[in-house]
Structures are given as C-alpha cells and as structure tokens.
Design a protein around this ligand. Sequence first.
Ligand SMILES: *Cc1c(COP(=O)(O)O)cnc(C)c1O
Length: 436
Amino acid sequence: MKKTPKTLAIAGGPQAIKKTPEAVFHWPIVTKADENAVLDVLRRGTMSGTDITKQFEREIAEWMGMKFALGYCNGTESLRAAMWACGLGAGDEMICPSMTYWASCTAALTLGAAVNFADILPDTLCIDPADIEHRIGPRTKAIMVVHYCGHPCDMTAIMRIARKHKVKVIEDVSHAQGALFKGKKVGTFGDIAAMSMMAGKSFAIGEAGMMVTNNRDLYERCVAYGHYERTGLPSNYNPTDRSIRNPALNHFAGLPLGGYKHRMNQTCSAMGRVQLKHYDKRITEIQAAMNRFWDLLEGVPGLRAHRTPPGGKSTMGGWYAARGLYRGEELGGLSCAKFCAAIRAEGIPTCNPGANFPLHLHAVYHDADLFNQGQPTMIAFGQRDVRQGPGSLPVAEKIHEIAYSVPWFKHDRPAVIKQYAQAYRKVAEHADQLLG
Ligand SMILES: *Cc1c(COP(=O)(O)O)cnc(C)c1O
C-alpha cells in the first residue's frame, strides 16, 4: 500500500474517502424475481397463509441439512419459542453471553427464568467457553450461544460442556446465516437454533425469523407454543396438517400453548425463497470483500481483524455488522472513541466504538418486575441471585475499548475497499497526532 498523507482529516488534512459509493453497501439485493414473488402473494391475498412459508421452511431445512424448520414473524419470537421448547420455566436459568442483542435472552424473563450472563472472548467476541461450566446449576436448562457479528462460536468446547451436564444448547444464528464452524453450518451443532431474518440482517427478508432443529420433540413443542393453526384441531380456517404427533401436545390442539401467534407473513417467505437461491453466492462475495479489506490492514498497529482465518474451514457467513478489534495499548493508549472520531472525519460516518450494550449491567436484568410480584423477576422465582454488577464480566464491559465498526462491503470492489482500508491505516499510523 502506498504511503499515506501525513495530516489526519480531523486535524485539517485531506479526507481519505473521496466519495461514498452507495451500491457497495446496499443490502439486501432485490431483483424482479423478489418483486414478482411478493406481488404474487399480495395478488392472491395469501399473506396469512402457510403454503409458501412451508416451502421456504423445507428449503431452509435442506440448505442447513436439518430435519425441521419453522417460520416465525420475527427472530425474537423464534428465540422465545426455542427457550420454552427446551423446558425453560419459572425458577430456571439460561446462560447467555452478555455481549448480544437483547432478543437472545430477554424473553427468558417472561418464562419466569433468570439469565446467567457469561463473558466473551476478546478476539472472537463470542461466549467464552471457559466461563460457562461454573455457572451451571441444578436449574440451568439451556445455554444460549450467539455467533456474534458473523463469528462462529467454539461449538466443540460448548457442546462438550453441555452434554456433560445434560443442558440444552440454543444457537442464535441471527448474525451468522451461512457461517461455517469447522466446515459445518452454524445452527446445526446445538439442540435447536433460531434466528432473525429482519431487514437489517445478512439474510434479510423483512420481519421474519426461523427455527431449525433435528429434534422432533423440540419442533413439536415450538408448533404447539405459537403455531396453533398447525395443530390437530380441524377448522374451516385452519385445516390441520397434523404436524404434531405427541398426544400430550395435541390435547391442546387449536389454541397456542404460549398464547403467541408466531406465523410468518408470506410476503417475507416468498422473498426468502428467492433470496435463498442467491445467498451462498452473495455471501461468498461479501467474504471476499471483507477479507480483502482485512488483508490490506494486516500488521497495522492497534488494529486486528474480527474474522476466522482466511482460507480455513470456518467462515464469517454474511459478515453481519462487521467489527474490527482495537488494541489501544499499541497506539500509545489512544482511546477507541478518539480513534473512531478520527475515522469519521476521514469520511466514514458509520465508525463507532463498541458493539451492543453489555446486557448484564442493564436495569431490566436487575430491577424489572414483570409479574407484579413486588420484586425483580430475575430473583422472583429462583433459588439464587445470579445478577451481576459492574466489574463482573470484564471483557464485555470494555467492548467500547476493544471493538469498533468497519464498513460492511457487499461487493468485492478492490479500488473502493483499498480507499477505506487506507483511511483506517492512516489514522492508526498517525495516532500520535491524536494523543495528548
Ligand atoms: C436481530 C437479532 C435478534 C432479533 O431478531 P428480530 O427479528 O429483530 O426479532 C435476535 N438475536 C440477535 C443476536 C439479533 O441480532
């Protein structure tokens, strides 16, 4: 890479980014085929039907190599159903990384369960397998893992711990559809997986979610919980498809056990079927683009890629919400906030420090009383108090010092990517201008 200008833009120098090429970042890619599929649903008036959704489920199940898939109105609800299916109930606990979007675990409270938060690893930003086992108690029903910002979790270590203690594993695949861990798709390692497919994710089809599992019992429990129209009670509006074989669950046929309505709008599943046809090809291009960006920054002090080793058997899927790792000690102690401010000045307005809010510190997990019991739900049903204050999960708590956003390239355009890499390199190499 050629030598970069000496004065940073924040100090009055020229900006590294000349113009913002919109198409490089635009997502999802929508073609006539998507439009026609959605229009067909609208014209047929089958938005609330399930014929297209069931086709989409079969295709997703096949793509992931799983026996069962079930479509949802959003990812949050698919995760809630997965928790209930795993038996999470009043007085139980679920282990979950603190660094994730709230939907990975907040619904546990609505089941009367508490969340026992684990720390993350500073290089993967995924749950630290070494911080799981000591949290398992007699009421621990599930471990929720999140393949964070596309990075696969260490499923070998996680499954070993879970099997040893007979605790179920739920994979939140919302950030990582299509990502591989040791050559196998994430979402296929645990007992059940659930994911968001909302408009901002890498698999983006509107407001939608998906559950996948190889376990018929878990699948049937998910159907019984929020897909009442698929249970065994015949009705003029919802002719049964007898998908539930468990007589205990069929006893409640026709009403959802959770009182939830989880059906996917078919405009979304229609778009999903089209998107799936192109998804592998499109994320392969994203991976090429993002790896190109990080290859250009290899060896730059203070900056590390958040990625799996290029050319290896693990991948970053669609590289959702791409991050970089920051090591300020290599830049004379420059704060990540100041680093990002200088990057923004170079013409990248989306660069910010951190990622999600560390959930273990949020008031919802300390004080919220969801059931009017006169005490926080986190301790209302449990035998022990697993709430954690500041200082308890040091890596998640310093996320704003160790991670920052980087451009999420959707197309592999070498000249554009080089310009962006140059901006990050320029600021890191001239960090001394920002100190003091
Ligand atoms: C987006 C997201 C969800 C929630 O999905 P919705 O479709 O928005 O309900 C769950 N978990 C993670 C990690 C997410 O990023």
